[in-house]
Design a protein around this ligand. Structure first.
Ligand SMILES: *[C@@H]1O[C@H](CO)[C@@H](O)[C@H](O)[C@H]1NC(C)=O
Ligand SMILES: *[C@@H]1O[C@H](CO)[C@@H](O)[C@H](O)[C@H]1NC(C)=O
Ligand SMILES: *[C@@H]1O[C@H](CO)[C@@H](O)[C@H](O)[C@H]1NC(C)=O
Ligand SMILES: *[C@@H]1O[C@H](CO)[C@@H](O)[C@H](O)[C@H]1NC(C)=O
Ligand SMILES: *[C@@H]1O[C@H](CO)[C@@H](O)[C@H](O)[C@H]1NC(C)=O
Ligand SMILES: *[C@@H]1O[C@H](CO)[C@@H](O)[C@H](O)[C@H]1NC(C)=O
Length: 812
């Protein structure tokens, strides 16, 4: 147990620190309530310096990227349901030994990217169901603490990551208790000491990722010992951050070679020509089936011929991605790789600056089924060379990916692949702008990807054998080619105004047409596709008509056979203006919006009805007559004002003693009794002279000026008479003109003042018998005393006397 003393026991100092925290009575902890419906709480990037309080129902808690410096005993108390805890990227230096004790359900724990200088086995002692543990990138030098193994109780652990730039030692027993892993990641770029066998007890061992930069450069024995412990035929190994220089740094791979590993990957890999040759030598005859290089910096010219004698015929899959060739102008091209390339069935050389594969190299790729040359520098000409100008070659090739190359001519492309037996062709992200009117594709072609090119229209060039066609992000406006076998069609990012006609695609199951300019689509549109199951049509310029909104809302709810599988909030109204930007699922349209014609006609009908009703009412209430009256009155008032001014200048304008207002039917009485009595009085000595003075009466029959409007005549007659005599009878009540005279004189009365009206009742006319609309007359009858025409002869002199009295002039 020598190693126990080598790891500094700084932890002994910690309890006092932790104690202070626990006893702190001021529990002013911040709280975090960013929890979603699934009780997943995301409190990252929130600037917390302490563990915030969170509902103890939480199932996952993300505290990454805060400034938390310690976890106390109480911080996570009660979180017995928590499954995932992420403390990545804080400044954790202290964790209380029993801080995680109540996390019985914890399955994932991430403590990476903190300032932990020591690891304590007590942290994990209660985490019996923990499956993932990430301890990467903390400044601890070793894993072990006191005599106990860190991971002793973690029987369910399947994914383990540890290490960092400070990790110096890995010792026997450090991984005691870790029996079986699906994933092991060790960052040990500065590992100085490794006890052989430390990682050797883990089996089965899934994927292993190792960073062993330093050991490979300066301490190959350590590197070799690590590789020896984790190399199994079934275990894919990825080595990161390696810089291979010279024969020595390659020798650790002998251990892996001995154990006949089959999958070897390099990431962030820097290598020279010599080291490649050495590596080929070391791996000679190893049954490697997959070799992958990613983020490679090649310090050389590609002169690897010296290794061409080695045997790599087991290599089935070869991946090369993101290559920087430092001396690109001296590089001898892939032609020298032919001793490697003749075996694999899958070759992927992407983003590697490849501008040509010589035809002679291509001819060697006799087993090749899958060739991915995406994101390189192939042009129409060099592609022609690489595919041997369309001659018989690459007979086994089924999948060709030349996405992301500066290619221009689709007809050239078509000629080159016509004789291949391709099933998949990816020519996306190219410069193809037009399609020849007819093409001859391999009859086996099922998958064609021409997305992100510059096509403006499509032609019959598209083969009818296609099952999957991707034309997204071109400049297309319509689609008229019938493709009977097509199952998936991708048309996003074009300029379609409507869905293509479904009759052309009887087998289509998936249609993606987002980011176009679709205005609407309808149930009949969808029904024209007989087999359609998934439709993604969000992010279009939808016109939110009622039909469309109703239809889409029912579709979004899952009605109908076609499922809209993209995000609901992608369906947004573009017009009408007041709905712009609103999610279709949220739109509520009113009856007015939806039945405009009906609404307008209903409104008109109601208005018309009310109008008619009003007219009838007004007519019933004689309103028009009153309006006419008011108008006349206003006119009269104006005249009378003018007149009064005149009166001041010339007195004696009144030319009649009385204006007689009577109904035509009562004219016989007026002519036979009234006129003779008042205008031609009989001499009677007993009466005072004034009584027998002849009076002048104004009768409409006699004194109205012909040729003037009758209204004007009436008005002037009343105005020029001192009094107005109303001869009341049933006939009077029935005459409109009389009523008018009555009303007018009434206004006159109020204007001039005085008692100008004299009422004579020819026949008994009880006030209550007068119709209600003669309210003026009724008023006058109750306010003015009236004279009754006596039927008896002997009472008539009395009547005349009273009348004369009433007509008496002020001066008399
Ligand atoms: C939490 O939110 C951040 C951004 O605030 C995001 O980057 C992170 O992925 C989220 N984490 C989870 C688990 O959703
Ligand atoms: C953490 O603290 C440092 C300085 O103390 C500050 O620069 C940084 O922005 C803080 N980080 C967060 C996530 O609040
Ligand atoms: C790549 O590896 C080098 C050491 O060879 C290291 O310094 C660098 O940080 C690594 N880069 C990345 C992105 O990991
Ligand atoms: C590389 O080293 C190994 C053993 O260390 C030796 O057997 C081999 O010959 C060397 N190869 C070269 C090319 O120097
Ligand atoms: C071709 O390569 C591109 C980019 O590397 C990739 O997205 C695409 O899926 C590949 N196509 C096929 C058919 O594998
Ligand atoms: C077509 O290619 C693009 C770009 O390489 C890729 O993103 C897309 O997934 C491919 N389409 C299909 C259906 O595989």
């Amino acid at each position: 147990m020598r190693h126990l003393t080598t790891c500094p026991l700084t932890l002994l100092l910690l309890p006092s620190l932790i104690q202070g925290q626990i006893l702190d009575p001021d529990d002013g902890r911040p709280s975090c309530d960013h929890c979603d419906l699934h009780l997943s709480c995301n409190c990252s990037f929130s600037g917390f310096t302490r563990v915030p309080t969170v509902t103890d129902q939480a199932l996952s808690l993300d505290l990454s990227f805060n400034n938390i410096t310690m976890v106390t005993q109480d911080d996570l108390m009660g979180h017995s349901r928590l499954r995932a805890l992420d403390l990545h990227g804080n400044r954790l230096a202290v964790i209380h030994p029993s801080a995680f004790d109540s996390l019985w359900s914890l399955e994932e724990l991430d403590l990476s990217g903190n300032l932990l200088t020591t690891l304590n086995h007590n942290w994990f002692s209660k985490l019996e169901v923990l499956q993932q543990l990430n301890l990467l990138d903390n400044p601890y030098r070793c894993l072990s603490h006191l005599s106990s193994s860190l991971f002793q109780g973690l029987v369910r652990l399947r994914r383990l990551k540890f290490g960092g730039s400070d990790l110096k030692e890995l010792r026997t027993g450090d991984l005691l208790g870790v029996t079986e892993l699906a994933d092991l990641t060790v960052h040990a770029n500065n590992l100085a000491r490794y006890d052989s066998g430390t990682l050797g007890d883990i089996w089965p061992l899934g994927r292993v990722t190792l960073s062993l930069h330093g050991p490979f450069l300066t301490n190959v024995a350590v590197a070799a010992a690590v590789l020896a412990d984790i190399s199994y035929p079934e275990t894919p190994i990825t080595l990161e951050d390696l810089h291979l220089v010279g024969n020595q740094s390659v020798q650790p791979f002998r251990e892996s070679a001995k154990r006949r590993i089959r999958h070897l990957s390099f990431r962030n890999f820097s290598v020279s020509d010599e080291s490649i040759v050495d590596l080929l030598v070391v791996l000679d005859g190893v049954p490697l089936s997959l070799v992958s290089f990613e983020d490679v910096t090649l310090n050389g010219e590609g002169r690897w011929e010296k290794g061409s004698w080695t045997d790599h015929k087991n290599i089935d899959q070869f991946f090369l991605r993101n290559v920087v060739v430092l001396d690109v102008f001296k590089f001898t091209s892939l032609v020298k790789l032919k001793f490697l390339l003749q075996y694999p069935r899958t070759v992927s050389v992407t983003n590697a600056g490849v501008f040509v594969i010589p035809c002679e190299t291509s001819r060697l790729l006799v087993n090749l089924q899958y060739l991915d040359l995406s994101s390189n520098l192939l042009t129409d000409l060099t592609l022609a060379e690489s595919l041997c100008h369309g001659e018989k070659t690459l007979e086994e090739l089924r999948v060709l990916n030349i996405s992301g190359n500066p290619l221009k001519s689709l007809s050239m492309m078509n000629r080159l692949v016509a004789k291949l037996k391709l099933t998949h062709l990816d020519i996306s992200r190219t410069g193809y702008s037009s399609m020849p009117s007819s093409c001859s594709w391999p009859s086996t072609l099922k998958y064609l990807n021409i997305s992100r090119a510059k096509l403006r229209s499509i032609t019959d060039c598209l083969p009818t054998s296609l099952e999957v066609l991707d034309l997204s992000y071109n400049d297309l406006k319509s689609f008229s080619r019938a493709l009977p076998l097509l199952r998936e069609l991708y048309l996003s990012g074009n300029k379609f105004l409507r869905l293509p006609a479904g009759q052309s695609f009887p087998n289509l199951q998936t249609l993606t047409i987002q980011f176009n300019t679709l205005n609407v689509f309808s149930l009949p549109d969808l029904r024209s596709y007989r087999r359609l199951e998934n439709l993604q049509a969000g992010y279009n310029k939808f016109i939110c008509t009622c039909d469309f909104v109703n239809f889409l809302q029912s579709q979004l709810k899952g009605g109908g056979d076609v499922k809209l599988t993209d995000r609901e909030d992608g369906y947004v109204c573009d017009s009408p203006f007041h709905l712009k930007g609103e999610a279709v699922s949220q739109v509520r349209l009113s009856v007015r919006d939806c039945h405009q014609v009906l609404f307008i006609s209903l409104c008109c009908g109601v208005f018309l009805f009310i109008g008619v009703l009003l007219c009838v009412l007004l007519w019933r209430l004689h309103t028009f007559w009153y309006i006419k009256m008011t108008w006349a009155w206003l006119k009269a008032k104006r005249c009378s004002q003018k007149q009064r001014k005149d009166t001041v200048e010339s007195e004696g304008l009144l030319s009649f003693d009385a204006f007689v207002s009577y109904s035509e039917r009562d004219s016989s009485w007026v002519e036979n009794f009234l006129v003779p009595e008042l205008e031609e009085p009989t001499e009677d000595s007993s009466r005072s002279p004034s009584f027998s003075r002849p009076m002048s009466l104004c009768l409409h029959k006699r004194d109205f000026l012909p040729g003037y409007p009758i209204m004007d005549n009436i008005m002037s007659a009343i105005e020029h008479s001192r009094r107005t005599i109303f001869v009341l009878s049933e006939n009077f009540v029935q005459s409109d003109w009389c009523r008018y005279e009555l009303d007018f004189s009434h206004f006159w009365l109020f204007d001039v003042g005085g008692d100008a009206a004299i009422l004579i009742l020819l026949e008994p006319l009880p006030k209550d018998n007068v119709p209600k609309r003669f309210y003026k007359l009724r008023k006058l009858m109750s306010s003015t005393t009236y004279l009754e025409w006596p039927q008896e002869e002997d009472r008539r002199p009395e009547f005349w006397r009273s009348l004369r009295n009433a007509l008496k002039r002020d001066g008399d």
